[in-house]
Design a protein around this ligand. Sequence first.
Ligand code: ATP
Ligand code: MG
Length: 356
Amino acid sequence: MATVKLRDIRKSFGPVEVIKGVDIDIADGEFVVFVGPSGCGKSTLLRMIAGLEDITEGTLEIDGARMNDLQPSRRGIAMVFQSYAIFPHMTVRENVAFGLTINNVGKADKASKVAEAARILQMEHLLDRRPSELSGGQRQRVAIGRAIVRDPKVFLFDEPLSNLDAALRMDMRMEIGKLHQDLGASMIYVTHDQVEAMTLADKIVVLRDGMVMQAGPPMELYHEPANLFVAGFLGAPSMNFLTVAVEEVSDDWVQVSNSVLSSVKVPRKGREFTMGQNVTLGIRPQYLIQAADGQGMLKGKVVRSERLGNETVVNLAIADGTQLIAAINADTVLDPGLLLAWTFDTLQAHLFPEQL
Ligand SMILES: Nc1ncnc2c1ncn2[C@@H]1O[C@H](COP(=O)(O)OP(=O)(O)OP(=O)(O)O)[C@@H](O)[C@H]1O
Ligand SMILES: [Mg+2]
């Protein structure tokens, strides 16, 4: 187990800076998930921690010791890739033992470590097979097994489940969560999958364009996004955004409206707003609900509704042309063309000084 500390980490490929001053603290035994759009630098950051990429500037510490110039093999880290990276000509046993073999670990020690990893990953019955005789999930388990036997202080995972189908992803997600519970090791995990991020993370780090947009516990980021980017990035379906004008500002709330939305008071959350300023109101689809008679804050016409079983996702058009999404009770059927009144819980709404 170990702490990991990144201070003003930067990375340039030639003249192009892709990591632009990143500070991250990972506590002993913490499960940290990196998310962000494609190309924002998640893999690069992970590869710098592993020692597979040079650090252009800044400091990387593991357990208080500077790692910048240390060989990957001496950092106490094991990395699991999306592509498994296991050897087709070796059995599962040989694949799992690979890192131990090249480090000349003794036979008995090696056998007991492989047996322990196989037990943790429930793949004892697969040890004599070759990768071609395994499913995708089983192959990924071999790659994870190879990491476990090295007994690393820190596990790094780069989208380990993205080659798997939905059902298998869910199984493996549970297994990785359980692995973390059992081993108590520090883990850094990159994913595009919101559910993986929300369910596995003690802390989510949202990255954009080589910078940290916000870092914190999943529920904190979901309920208190620090900016428009994080608000729109986390949550499915995505948060709805409306451009509104500020009418009044108090210590605790801000009153806003626009041509299609009647005046509402929304929590200010310590942000600065000025009268008349155009700002962005955010409403999660789950909080946009059909209004009782005379209670509507805005009118929206049903464009399309999709019944998903657990909820119905309704695409709405409001009079100024903005499209909104409402996630409502699964049993509701709303026909296209219906013009309905909608309301939302203003305490759950978000107001951002930035404009879309
Ligand atoms: N070896 C390299 N040489 C030049 N540019 C690179 C190199 N590796 C990555 N980059 C660039 O650095 C940026 C970050 O890439 P990175 O692979 O870290 O993104 P990512 O967040 O992992 O994206 P994805 O979600 O698609 O995996 C991208 O703009 C990419 O093109
Ligand atoms: Mg990547």
